[in-house]
Design a protein around this ligand. Structure first.
Ligand code: UFG
Length: 316
């Protein structure tokens, strides 16, 4: 956003992030973003923030985001993801802020019947509490735009992966990683003994689950385009949704192989049981984002795997 000329203010509770990121962003962009440590569940603090800052638009990333963990801790997921959202929307209403970008997820489709998944695919039963929070989030937004004449774009991410090409910013989950790629890089670095590949009996080409791994910097570009679209009033309805994926499905083993090949190393892994809450397959039809947002992912999986490893190496 900063590179696109926006002045950025970050709110984060630091529950799954690190303050040093601010210096890294400064190194990359030449500007240090303003930062406020606020837990979005604290309604008063959130409202206070929006009252005392002139904000033109909100990009709401903040949420717990691990499918498996959400099955174990559903209340934590509902509380954090929905209260946070509600408090931000309330503050937007109170302080007359019009533009909102929502980090949604392809998990809102449940196990879709048809691949690739386009935005008209039915919203089926969610397979995990995490997915439910994203479905409910979108429903809340539907009511929000209708009642208060606000403009929202919901971006349904497929699986974001990789790190900034500078290797200065990337994924650093606290504790044991839940997501595939940080687990892969930590295994390669010797922090984890082996990667558990969850499920090898799925009806796919090699028995492991299929996802659409989208490079994080490509994903970031879509946010710039989405917010700009709202600010320039180019949106076609008050609530638009876009799938953000590459259109290519990769199995877990293909991700492992790509990582091994591009980084010239061997990864320890074991095939284990399926993980609760997982779907078999999801990859995007991203043609609506291309047509409407002028967004097209540019980066192949190998490059994501290379940058993810560069970032991991830089941590040790
Ligand atoms: N997997 C493993 N071993 C691991 C971790 C994951 O085999 O240690 C497998 C999973 O079973 C799944 C695939 O790798 O088949 C991807 O799993 P992730 O946990 O990385 O990602 P998910 O598809 O479960 O969900 C992710 C994010 C969500 C996001 C969703 C789609 O966690 O935040 O993609 O947007 F919403």
């Amino acid at each position: 956003m900063q590179e696109a000329g926006y002045e950025v203010v970050i709110i984060d509770d630091l529950s799954n992030s690190e303050l040093f990121v601010l210096d890294r962003i400064t190194e990359i962009t030449g500007t240090k973003p303003e930062f406020h440590q606020i837990d979005l569940k604290d309604e008063n603090l959130v409202n206070e923030f929006f009252k005392s800052n002139k904000i033109e638009g909100v990009i709401h990333f903040a949420a717990h985001k691990a499918v498996g963990e959400s099955v174990q801790k559903p209340l934590m997921y509902h509380k954090n993801n929905l209260m946070g959202l509600l408090n931000v929307l309330e503050a937007m209403k109170e302080n007359e802020i019009d533009h909102f970008i929502f980090s949604s997820s392809c998990t809102v489709y449940g196990q879709a019947d048809k691949m690739p998944i386009d935005e008209n695919a039915p919203i089926k039963k969610a397979e995990s509490p995490y997915a439910k929070t994203k479905q409910m989030g979108e429903e809340i937004l539907e009511d929000f735009v209708a009642a208060f004449d606000k403009n929202v774009i919901s971006l349904r991410y497929f699986n974001p992966v990789g790190a900034h090409p500078s290797a200065l910013i990337g994924e650093l989950p606290k504790g044991v990683p839940n997501n595939l790629v940080p687990f892969v890089t930590q295994t390669a670095a010797g922090i984890r003994e082996f990667l558990s590949v969850f499920g090898s009996d799925y009806p796919t080409r090699d028995g492991t689950a299929i996802r659409d791994y989208i490079y994080v910097c490509d994903l970031a570009d879509a946010h710039v385009k989405a917010l700009t679209r709202l600010i320039q009033k180019e949106n076609k309805s008050n609530l638009e949704v876009f799938n953000l994926g590459t259109g290519i499905g990769s199995t877990v083993l293909e991700v492992v192989k790509s990582f091994e090949k591009v980084n010239d190393l061997k990864l320890n892994y074991k095939l284990v049981d399926r993980r609760a809450g997982d779907i078999i397959e999801a990859f995007a039809d991203n043609s609506k984002a291309e047509k409407e947002l002028g967004w097209k992912p540019e980066t192949p999986l190998e490059e994501s795997m290379r940058t993810a490893w560069e970032w991991q190496k830089g941590l040790s």
